[in-house]
Ligand binder design. Structure first.
Ligand code: PMP
Ligand code: GLN
Length: 389
């Protein structure tokens, strides 16, 4: 193995692994989270027009000015947060690069970053890339919801802690962190002078009337928050990799110091198209969560009928379910068998955790698919029902 030691635990991703199994078995892929319909036509047209009109060379390092302005206006409009498009907004190659830039630019080797478990896999890999260490705080179930345990969170802070990465709406559990939890994170950050790196890529994908509450809008938090979002989930373009950071100048400077050596810049015409979408495709922002909520309902009902114990999803593309009532104790084994056995792929949540036992019984299903695809997947999943005797 020639891979450096710190990356050896991260040589493959569970999403790639399960997608490959899905392809091999011709299964419906409810593993990797991506939509199977296109984003707003006006945005797709804007991208083609940008290419045809010669927007094909490097944009400025911080991103196209019109996209930085559109992001700045979007966060002001939605949350009342003010960020100067010149110096407080940084366009990145997907939210993934935003996360990497924040960690690489702000965390010295040997220092610590707190992650909330289960966690999106790139967080742990990125902390390792930085030569830093992760401390992991699990979500716990209280009254049927995943919440933070204040004592566990406080116990994870050490003199070496620099930052905490918070993702809400949360991949993989579909939890929208409550105001109590957001305030707890903010209290801990203020008390210990920590940076909050908030991954808000699902900021528009909340259900049942919920609204996004950025941690940056809590008292004393704007100055210590690196807020990350992107176009992938908002506009159904996971393949475009257009993300952004909003943060105070000093924090953006740190992120830029890393980002400019990772990619320097991302795709110019796609940045132009996303700027157009943020300004002009406002209807999309309200209709998408409604359609996704129906998809959530469809898959939740199907999993429930099959016999899974379903954990309610409050946002994102994902719903988690416990297969133990069906006689499967180990989600990882089930997910490896599922594509070939019933023609559906899913992801074991233990792959997104350090404490694999704690999450061994949880399977994540993506419902970001057309209703007919979900209906077919539901039919196939019925094969898992215990035979009636
Ligand atoms: N954060 C979370 C929580 C995600 O689910 C994803 C993947 N969709 C990303 C970041 C990466 O986003 P991007 O594709 O924009 O890099
Ligand atoms: N964010 C997507 C998910 O959680 C996958 C992205 C990836 O393949 N790395 O399913």
């Amino acid at each position: 193995m020639r891979t450096v030691a710190r990356l050896q635990p991260f040589t493959s991703t569970i999403f790639a692994e399960m997608s490959a199994l899905a392809v091999r078995a011709g299964a419906i892929n409810l593993g990797q989270g991506f939509p199977d319909t296109d984003g707003p036509q006006g945005m797709l047209d804007a991208a083609q027009k940008a290419i045809a009109s010669g927007m094909n060379q490097y944009p400025p390092g911080d991103g196209l000015p019109e996209l930085r302005r559109a992001v700045s206006e979007q966060v002001r409009r939605e949350y009342g947060l003010e960020y100067d498009p010149d110096g407080e907004v940084l366009v990145t190659v997907g939210a993934s690069e935003g996360i990497a830039a924040a960690v690489l630019g702000l965390v010295e080797p040997g220092r610590e970053v707190i992650l909330i478990e289960p966690f999106y896999d790139s967080y742990a890999a990125t902390v390792a890339l930085a030569g830093a260490r992760r401390r992991v705080v699990p979500l716990v179930v209280s009254e049927g919801r995943y919440v933070l345990d204040p004592e566990m969170l406080r116990a994870a802070v050490t003199p070496a802690t620099v930052a905490i990465i918070v993702n809400s709406p949360h991949n993989p559990t579909g939890t929208v962190l409550s105001d109590v939890d957001l305030n707890l994170v903010a209290d801990v950050c203020r008390e210990h002078d920590l940076i909050a790196i908030t991954d808000e890529v699902y900021e528009y994908l909340l259900f049942d009337g919920r609204r996004q509450h950025p941690i940056a809008s809590l008292p004393g938090m704007r100055e210590r928050t690196v807020r990350i979002s992107g176009a992938a989930k908002t506009f159904n373009v996971t393949g475009w990799k257009i993300g952004w950071i909003t943060a105070p100048r000093e924090l953006v400077d740190a992120c830029r110091a890393a980002k400019q050596w990772l990619t320097y810049t991302g795709a110019t015409p796609l940045q132009a198209a996303v700027a157009h979408a943020l300004d002009a495709e406002r209807d999309w922002l309200t209709t998408t969560p409604i359609a996704l909520q129906s998809a959530r309902d469809l898959l939740t009902r199907a999993l429930d009928e099959v016999g899974f114990a379903v954990h309610p999803s409050e946002g994102t593309y994902f719903v988690c379910a416990d297969p133990r009532p069906l006689g499967y104790d180990d989600a990882a084994t089930l997910c490896r068998e599922l594509p070939a056995r019933v023609g559906v792929a899913a992801v074991p949540v233990s792959a997104l955790a350090d404490d694999m036992d704690r999450w061994a019984h949880v399977v994540r299903f993506a419902f970001s698919k057309r209703p007919d695809v979900l209906a077919r997947a539901a039919e196939r999943l019925h094969a898992l029902r215990p035979a009636l005797s």
